[in-house]
Ligand binder design. Structure first.
Ligand code: MG
Length: 385
């Protein structure tokens, strides 16, 4: 267990949000809102572990939304946010990290700089809260008056809007939450305050807004507007040998020869796997699945492609399209193209329209022209948000 654990609270039901799916599991730029928030903490060098707190009824949604993420086992939250945080803290009591960051999953645009700021404040004080000074003029209305009438203007000097993640020295906030479990307090800084802890205010971020209503979700989607686009390419060759079929793009194609390789020698899927790995800058198929490793002997290449697809998702990428060109004189691919496209789409969970399979010959020239083997080139385009 590390020195700093992030507790990401996603146990609410979001009554203000409406809809079937709790807001933390709603899709935002191709992934669940919760996944985005968790990813920022997982990627932060000062955060050693991330503990999600979820509603016990959301376990299946949680698992589907966070596949492939190196998270701690989630703990079940309670009836209120305060109780959920306390249960999360208590789950870390044995591990006893030095610091804990408590974050609402509904703030998906927390950034690394903000996390660093609240954590470094702990050098001086046991608690730190990111906040933004109130700049709008604040008005008070008469309670229960209809129609609404203005009942005063509030002096905004010294007023701040508190955000999360709030950072605490773990032992102090654990004790405070335990002691104040009966009180109804609005956030963890209020718990710290009530317990007499000094709480630092550090600069929050306007981008770190909370997604509470359907309108907020619209704002979040607009915020994502400009995705970063990256491409990767892959190339592969396998030599003909004895056999009665070749595996190409996940489909067994009858032929008078087979392809020699450690796995099933599917040049099409290998080129696409390398294209995906290239787009995320994560080595190549050989570095992930060394041919010297007996585990990969005769493995279907769908395993490799799916793994590369999972790595893309883990980096918050969405595959926009894949295009592969298979280069050989024989066998003829045209009769199998549709099946190949459908198979690739199936392996990666993509719509078939995002996948293209093409074939070409080299007019009898070179090793493919002489029928010594098959080559394939692949390209992948990925949007990162
Ligand atoms: Mg290969």
């Amino acid at each position: 267990m590390g020195e700093c654990v992030a507790l990401v609270v996603a146990a609410g039901r979001g009554e203000r949000f409406g809809g079937e799916v709790p807001k933390q599991y709603v899709g935002l730029g191709g992934e669940a809102l919760l996944r985005r928030a968790l990813g920022v903490f997982l990627d932060h060098p000062a955060v050693d572990a991330v503990r999600p707190v979820i509603h016990p009824g959301d376990r299946a949604l949680f698992d589907a939304s966070t596949a492939g993420m190196a998270l701690m086992e989630p703990v079940a939250g309670g009836a209120t946010r305060q109780e959920s945080v306390r249960l999360g803290l208590e789950s870390l009591a044995k591990a006893a990290p030095y610091a804990v960051l408590i974050h609402d999953a509904a703030r998906p645009f927390v950034d690394a700089g903000l996390i660093s700021r609240v954590l470094s404040a702990l050098d001086e004080v046991p608690a730190a809260v990111p906040a933004i000074p109130v700049s709008d003029t604040l008005k008070r209305s008469a309670l229960d008056a209809a129609p609404l009438r203005l009942a005063g203007t509030v002096d905004r000097a010294g007023l701040w809007r508190a955000q999360t993640p709030q950072a605490f020295r773990f032992a102090d906030i654990l004790a405070a939450h335990g002691r104040l479990a009966d009180k109804d307090l609005t956030d963890d800084a209020a718990v710290a305050e009530e317990a007499g802890m000094a709480v630092a205010l550090v600069a929050g971020s306007e981008d770190n807004f909370k997604v509470t209503t359907a309108d907020d979700l619209g704002r979040a989607r607009r915020h994502l507007g400009g995705a970063e686009i990256r491409t990767g390419m892959g190339y592969d060759v396998h030599r003909f040998g004895p056999g009665d079929h070749v595996m190409l793009c996940g489909v067994a194609v009858p032929h008078s020869a087979g392809l020699i390789g450690h796995s099933d020698a599917d040049v099409g899927l290998h080129a696409l796997t390398d294209a995906l790995l290239g787009a995320i800058g994560d080595g190549d198929i050989g570095s992930h699945f060394p041919p010297t490793d007996p585990r990969w002997r005769d493995v279907p290449s769908a395993t490799f492609l799916r793994h590369a697809g999972d790595l893309v998702i883990a980096r918050r990428g969405a595959i926009l399209n894949l295009d592969v060109t298979v280069i050989c004189e024989r066998p003829r691919l045209a009769p199998h193209r549709t099946a190949m496209i459908e198979r690739i789409a199936e392996i990666l969970g993509l719509a078939a329209e995002r996948v293209s399979v093409k074939a070409t010959t080299t007019e009898g020239l070179g090793f493919t022209g002489r029928g010594e083997g098959i080559a394939a080139q692949g390209i992948a385009t990925i949007a990162f948000q």
